[in-house]
Design a binder for this molecule. Structure first.
Ligand SMILES: [Zn+2]
Length: 248
């Protein structure tokens, strides 16, 4: 007779008890570690979409050039499962780089005025459903470090730019580099605004990364977002994870 120690897949604890069976007859276990967030698990998942590592892979693949159906095919799960896991992330997303905001020392900013508080802003075109329904990503990056400061989604309209401008207020920006789009010239003080192509190279490069890594943003393909919600979640996740450095 052999014994195999059962480990919790969530916290790796060995304090496990049996806790009934599923309707298919698979043994269910309960983790007794009080610090464990999930607790209940199966050793033999028939439904692969419930496996913690598969859930992680769903997100990883979505942010590395796989569409919903590519992810579903590779992981042997249904597209519905992929969409469900992505939707769970919606509440965790932030539109402002709060980590960067916390490290901003107000005294340093005033001393090193030439380096601090210069931003590049740009808007990137995309669409949801059909090309007649554009969804622009507006975002701002630090002109010197290239770090993303904040982002918003919406039409290419003044009110969307104003939302971004509000999000940027805590950064205490002293100069804005943008293209010649009217929304910028209408709402930015000419003394702090430098329109033109020359100083927006870093942010244009960021658009290329997004278009390479997120399948729904690749141009000249048949891939696109079917809903605004999924569009904003996938791009938002990418920005939160890779630009803001958050564990999402
Ligand atoms: Zn556990």
């Amino acid at each position: 007779m052999t014994f195999v120690t059962v480990h919790c897949p969530h916290c790796d604890s060995e304090q496990i008890v049996k806790r009934g069976k599923t309707h298919r007859g698979t043994q269910r276990y309960l983790c007794q570690n009080t610090a464990c967030i999930i607790g209940s698990f199966l050793l033999d998942y028939r439904n692969r979409g419930c496996l913690p590592e598969v859930k992680q892979q769903i997100i990883d693949m979505s942010l590395n050039a796989s569409g919903v159906r590519d992810t579903a095919r590779s992981l042997h799960i249904s597209p519905t499962t992929v969409l469900r896991e992505l939707k769970k992330k919606e509440g965790m997303l932030e539109s402002v780089n709060t980590a960067l905001l916390r490290t901003l020392d107000p005294e340093k900013v005033t001393v090193d005025i030439a380096q601090a508080g210069e931003a590049e802003m740009d808007e990137m075109w995309s669409f949801v459903g059909h090309k007649g329904n554009p969804r622009w990503l507006w975002h701002a990056i630090d002109h010197h470090t290239g770090k993303v400061l904040a982002y918003v989604f919406g039409r290419r309209k003044d009110e969307v730019f104003l939302q971004l401008k509000t999000l940027l207020e805590p950064f205490g920006l002293t100069r804005y580099y943008t293209d010649h789009w009217g929304a910028y010239t209408r709402h930015l003080d000419p003394n702090v605004h430098s329109p033109g192509k020359r100083n927006t190279q870093k942010i244009e490069r960021k658009h290329l990364t997004l278009r390479t890594r997120i399948k729904r943003l690749v141009r000249k393909t048949i891939c696109f977002s079917k809903t605004t919600q999924m569009h904003d979640i996938v791009i938002g996740l990418f920005v939160n994870r890779y630009a803001f450095g958050r564990a999402v």
